[in-house]
Design a protein around this ligand. Structure first.
Ligand SMILES: Nc1ncnc2c1ncn2[C@@H]1O[C@H](COP(=O)(O)OP(=O)(O)O)[C@@H](O)[C@H]1O
Ligand SMILES: CC(=O)N[C@@H](CCC(=O)OP(=O)(O)O)C(=O)O
Length: 294
């Protein structure tokens, strides 16, 4: 059923009032960004949020773009638990793609839609201090191996000062998932992980993870098998039972980090659906998968 125009507005008003002045972390995945029109529409929606008094913070990915560049350079991308094995050259490619290309593109799009974007990586203002990940245990043909992921980090500290300053002044921060260790060495982090950590540190009102699937699916090959609600225990179970794999693992772990820290609303939604962020925020019908405490 199509709602009449005035009904759409009336339905949105209580949400606009509730969300006024609140911080929302919105992660835009590399998959949702592959189509420039989709990306432009997502940014337009996020700029609109700023104009109705919400403080959006964008965290972006770019996994597919990094993979494409690696393959063009003759390098084979490899992942463990959804995390890219990152040697020196891969780190350079990731920085180029994430900080050099995607981040500046999103900042430009924000400007084009009438907002003020400011590009940041986790290194700026020492926002994200991370530590190189320890070797990971991986089963290969039933034998346990220890794998070094290279320049991949775990978040140690989120310094929210710079985010508080720029959001207060009306800017929309756009964050690349490149962090640094205590010595200033760059580290590649998963964007979902960072989004979860930032939402947790800021006690954001909402964390929205935009991807290219309708949410968490019971059966990956069946788009109608969406799970609408997952609890923290459920996240562990989905990983243990192998229902989720690849990039969905850090996504769900990032969601769980935020929920554990008191972020009440964490949603995984399909960014390629037109205006999905507006539908999620301003209508009564929830979309995607919601992750909650219990
Ligand atoms: N159970 C699942 N339900 C939905 N997607 C899943 C599931 N398990 C694995 N995935 C994969 O996770 C992907 C989303 O994560 P990711 O590739 O990191 O996307 P993004 O770049 O948007 O962050 C989906 O495109 C899908 O291939
Ligand atoms: C360590 C690690 O895996 N980093 C990610 C960073 C980009 C990312 O997270 O992009 P998506 O959100 O599009 O997946 C990578 O190199 O692909």
């Amino acid at each position: 059923m199509t709602l009449k125009r005035e009904n759409v507005l009336i339905e949105a008003l209580p949400y606009i009032r509730e969300f006024y002045g609140s911080v929302m972390v919105i992660k835009v995945g590399g998959h949702a960004m592959v189509n420039p029109q989709v990306m432009s529409d997502i940014v337009q929606d996020i700029v609109l949020l700023r104009f109705v008094g919400i403080h959006p913070i964008i965290v972006h990915g770019g996994g597919p773009e990094i993979t494409e560049k690696m393959e063009r350079m003759g390098k084979k991308p490899e992942f463990v638990g959804g995390l890219r094995i990152t040697d020196d050259e891969t780190l350079e490619i990731a920085r180029m793609v994430l900080v050099g290309n995607i981040n500046t593109e999103i900042v430009s799009l924000i400007g084009r839609h009438g907002g003020k974007g400011i590009g940041l990586s986790g290194k700026d203002g020492k926002m994200i201090i991370a530590k190189k990940k320890p070797f990971q245990k991986v089963m290969i043909e039933n034998v346990e191996h220890e794998v070094d992921l290279g320049w991949v980090g775990d978040t140690e500290v989120i310094n929210t000062e710079i985010l508080n300053i720029v959001t207060r002044e009306g800017y929309i921060p756009v964050i690349s998932p490149i962090a640094m260790d205590v010595n200033g060495k760059a580290l590649n982090l998963n964007a979902d992980t960072i989004a979860g950590d930032i939402a947790a540190a800021l006690r954001a009102k909402k964390l929205i993870l935009m991807t290219d699937v309708p949410g968490v699916l019971k059966d990956r090959s069946d788009k109608s098998s969406r799970i609408s609600r997952v609890t923290l225990d459920g996240v562990d179970q989905l990983i243990r039972e192998g229902v989720i794999s690849g990039g969905m693992i850090p996504k769900m772990k990032g969601a769980a980090t935020a929920v554990e820290s008191g972020v009440e609303n964490v949603h995984i939604i399909d960014g390629s659906v037109s205006h999905s962020v507006l539908l999620e925020l301003f209508t009564d019908s929830g979309i995607g998968t919601m992750v909650c405490k219990d």
